[in-house]
Unconditional design. Structure first.
Length: 199
C-alpha cells in the first residue's frame, strides 16, 4: 500500500527536522545569519541569493519573499536571486557554468551587500566561485549547505549546515525552513507590528 511510503517519507522529514532542532551549532549559525541580513538591510545594502536546480528555486523563493511579502504587508526589502536566463546562458556558453553566479556578483555586488548561497552538496563549483567573488568585493557571505565543506566554510561569514541523510530532497526541505526563519527574523526586526497578536 502507498500509505506506508507516505508515512515513511513524512517520518524521515520529521526526524531530519528534529535533528536540526537539536543542533545548537546550526541554530546559532541561523541566528548569526539573520544578524548579517539585518545589518545589510540597515546599511541599505542588497541581498543576493543563488543555487543550482532546486536550490535555485529556493533562492528565488527567498528573494521574492523579501521583495514582495511573507505573511503580512510591509515595505519591500532589496533582494535579488541570480536567476536571469539571459545572463546564465551567456556566461555558461562564453565562460563556463562555473562562473554564472560569480560573474553576476562581479557586475552588481558592492561592499556592504550580502550573498546567501545554497549548495546541498557543499561542493558546487559555481557556489565556491560566487563566494570567492563576493568576499573579494566586500560582501558578507552566508552559505546554506547540507554537508560540511571546509572550502565553502572558509569563504563564508556564516556557514549553516543542515545534514538530513543521503539525498538532496531532505536537505532542501530543511533549507526552505531555514530560509523562512531568516525572513521572519528580518521582519521581526524591521516590522515588529507584523508580529503583534492582532497582525
Amino acid at each position: 500500500m502507498l500509505i506506508q511510503h507516505i508515512k515513511a517519507s513524512l517520518g524521515e522529514a520529521h526526524t531530519a527536522l528534529e535533528k536540526l532542532l537539536a543542533n545548537q551549532q546550526a541554530l546559532t549559525s541561523i541566528e548569526r545569519a539573520a544578524g548579517l541580513l539585518i545589518e545589510c538591510f540597515e546599511r541599505k545594502g542588497r541581498v543576493y541569493s543563488c543555487g543550482n536546480g532546486g536550490s535555485m528555486c529556493d533562492a528565488m523563493h527567498f528573494a521574492e519573499e523579501l521583495t514582495g511579502r511573507y505573511r503580512h504587508d510591509r515595505a519591500a526589502l532589496d533582494a535579488v536571486a541570480i536567476s536571469d536566463p539571459g545572463h546564465i546562458s551567456c556566461v555558461g556558453n562564453d565562460l563556463g557554468y562555473e562562473y554564472v553566479f560569480s560573474r553576476y556578483i562581479e557586475a552588481h555586488g558592492r561592499a556592504g551587500d550580502c550573498l546567501l548561497a545554497l549548495s546541498t552538496s557543499g561542493t558546487s563549483k559555481n557556489i565556491l566561485a560566487a563566494a570567492r567573488a563576493a568576499k573579494s568585493q566586500g560582501l558578507s557571505v552566508i552559505i546554506l549547505s547540507g554537508r560540511q565543506s571546509s572550502a565553502l566554510e572558509a569563504l563564508s561569514d556564516v556557514y549553516i549546515c543542515t545534514p538530513a541523510g543521503s539525498f538532496a530532497d531532505r536537505v532542501q526541505e530543511l533549507h526552505i525552513k531555514v530560509l523562512h526563519i531568516l525572513i521572519e527574523l528580518v521582519e521581526r526586526h524591521f516590522f515588529p507590528a507584523n508580529y503583534q497578536p492582532s497582525a
